[in-house]
Design a protein around this ligand. Structure first.
Ligand SMILES: [Zn+2]
Length: 109
């Protein structure tokens, strides 16, 4: 099962009200997530998280930084971690998309 790739604007919208990432995912390090690149990676201290939505984080692929994934942090009753679920992804392959992403991230709180 691969992660669905969306155009950048749709991908960004999938986060809802996004902000700079403040979620501490260290309790869940060592769990794997599916990446937009088609591979799977382990979440750890080297994972680059750009921003967050509600229980969602945007991760940059550690192997090909043109791929970004919207990863849902699945919880039971807000307390018990149930795993990562990749909702969608995007690939930044134009200067225009790169600029849009940087503009959005710069304007977040
Ligand atoms: Zn990847």
């Amino acid at each position: 099962m691969s992660v669905k790739l969306l155009p950048l604007d749709n991908f960004l919208n999938s986060f809802g009200n996004a902000m700079h990432n403040r979620m501490d995912l260290s309790p869940y390090y060592g769990h794997w997530y599916q990446c937009a690149c088609g591979g799977e990676h382990v979440m750890d201290s080297r994972t680059s998280l750009v921003l967050q939505g509600y229980w969602k984080v945007m991760a940059i692929c550690p192997e090909d930084p043109t791929y970004f994934t919207n990863i849902k942090v699945q919880m039971f009753m807000m307390v018990k971690f149930k795993g990562f679920k990749s909702l969608c992804g995007t690939r930044i392959n134009t200067a225009e998309d790169q600029q849009l992403l940087m503009t959005v991230v710069d304007q977040l709180k």
